[in-house]
Design a protein around this ligand. Sequence first.
Ligand SMILES: CC(C)(COP(=O)(O)OP(=O)(O)OC[C@H]1O[C@@H](n2cnc3c(N)ncnc32)[C@H](O)[C@@H]1OP(=O)(O)O)[C@@H](O)C(=O)NCCC(=O)NCCS
Length: 215
Amino acid sequence: MSSQTTLFAHRLTLIPLESEHAADAARLHMIGQPGSFLTGLGADVLKVVYQQLPRSPVGFGFAAVDPAQPHELLGFVSATTSVGALFFEMGTRRLPAFAPPLLRRFCQSPSLALRAVQTVAYPLLHPTTSDGVTPAELLSIMVRPEVRGGGLGALLVRALEAECQRRYITAIDVTVAAANDGAQRFYVRHGFAYKQSFTLYGQPMHLYRADIAAR
Ligand SMILES: CC(C)(COP(=O)(O)OP(=O)(O)OC[C@H]1O[C@@H](n2cnc3c(N)ncnc32)[C@H](O)[C@@H]1OP(=O)(O)O)[C@@H](O)C(=O)NCCC(=O)NCCS
């Protein structure tokens, strides 16, 4: 058994994702998704994303920490019960929090502004299914590189599923870059099935869904 497993068995705790985790979550996001649009927006913008998400009534998640160092994230998962409501909230009453770091970033790189419009339109671009299911959306899952492969990602997904079941949500969607083979293997192992493909930021994306009603 690896020392990582021992670490998880004895010293790991999962707690709700809070605004105070934002700086670390932003850092893990930058490391975990190099080259993605959100990472391109920079740590300051991502920090606001992770500050605001837990404050939203439709945002939630879990942080994995060593209880001895509760402010240092080993990993986290973030989710929303409604992508549309979340993006609307972020683009309206929470916009003042985003405006300063976003404007600074757009001045440095104006092309990012156009892609930001796509992000706001994401709920419209996102394929919808007409099967009557209202899924939660897994927005991001990130584990510190040095502890990947030790089962932490699995724990985070299970915690998310349990929380969704507690909220009577029957499915979880996740959008993943088509090029991210490792993440797709990970999702399939956890019961996610490929649904469809679409394009976001000019990149092919795959939508996966886990049916959690029957588990
Ligand atoms: C995907 C991720 C959260 C999984 O966390 P984890 O703690 O390593 O997950 P587990 O230990 O429970 O499971 C390991 C499995 O994750 C997958 N995986 C994906 N990327 C991996 C990586 N860099 N290292 C190890 N496993 C990875 C593999 O399927 C692996 O199983 P395998 O080695 O048998 O193929 C983690 O690898 C990560 O943070 N990746 C970067 C961010 C990312 O791509 N997130 C998903 C898109 S939002």
